[in-house]
Write a protein that binds this ligand. Structure first.
Ligand code: SF4
Length: 265
């Protein structure tokens, strides 16, 4: 007789901590952040290049907001991650759980098991931050999500091009009645024709979907991945771009990364 074995799901993590969300629709709210390792994109402006490869260890905040990190080795078994999130979940402190990275959807298989469990235990809404280019993996976890912040990668700014995937991804979110918004990083290199194309693509799904234009936060040279510097756009150009996109969309807001201003993680 073959012995029955139980395989425990694991994930490769970068960190777990409690902080203030600095971007998009949830800006200013308090979240438990689960930062997953690995990303399959290479955006020129990336400020999370340390997530591209899975590190040997991850850091886990013991007490929410105190930055009293402990180091654990990767990969992390599912029940341990649930325990860490529970430890963060002090009564009434958090508004939601943020799945971030890297690209969290590279862990879709793990998330299909982790999300129903962590939702049931914490009762907190689940928010996904994603590059918006993996609709098949999104479909696997849609029933467990409450909101999605999806990036639109402008080729002129990011060096990445995923128009078809973005369209499919946004359609899926919209059809599932998820609270979805789009984030577009803009820089001095932004091609307005790509912004116009993005606006039309979003409007085609629904003109009510909020779009956030986020002027790039310039990185210090030593951290920069790309030879093309990602510099913040001039104020008059941002005004023009917002006006351009508002021709087809109802909500186009301009908000920089506020967590950098607050010196948050
Ligand atoms: S998708 Fe995010 S983590 Fe991945 S390269 Fe782009 S900015 Fe960096």
């Amino acid at each position: 007789m073959i012995a029955k074995t139980t395989v425990t799901s694991t994930a490769r993590l970068v960190e777990v901590f409690s902080a203030i969300q600095g971007e998009g629709l949830n800006v200013g709210t308090r979240q438990i952040f689960i930062r997953f390792a690995l990303c399959d994109l290479r955006c020129h402006f990336c400020d999370s290049a340390h997530t591209w490869n899975a590190p040997l260890n991850c850091r886990i905040e013991r007490s929410p907001g105190l930055r009293d990190f402990e180091i654990y080795s990767n990969p992390v078994p599912l029940p341990i991650l649930v325990e860490w999130v529970q430890r963060q979940n002090l009564p009434s402190l958090h508004d939601s759980i943020s799945l971030t990275g890297g690209e969290p959807l590279l862990h879709a298989q793990f998330l299909t098991q982790f999300l129903p469990e962590v939702r049931a235990i914490t009762g907190l809404p689940i928010y996904l931050e994603t590059g918006g280019h993996r609709p098949e993996q999104l479909a696997m976890i849609l029933p467990y999500l409450d909101s999605v912040g999806m990036d639109f990668k402008l080729p002129s700014v990011s060096g990445e091009s995923h128009w078809q995937e973005h369209a499919k991804f946004l359609q899926l979110c919209h059809e599932s009645y998820l609270n979805v918004f789009v984030k577009i990083i803009v820089s001095q290199n932004t091609d307005p024709a790509e912004l116009e194309r993005s606006a039309l693509l979003v409007a085609d799904v629904s003109p009510d979907i909020p779009v956030f234009l986020q002027p790039v936060t310039p990185l210090i040279e030593s951290e920069q991945f790309s030879p093309i510097p990602a510099l913040a756009p001039a104020p008059d150009r941002v005004l023009m771009w917002q006006a351009l996109m508002k021709q087809s969309l109802k909500q186009v807001r301009v908000i920089p990364q506020t967590h950098k201003m607050l010196n948050q993680l």
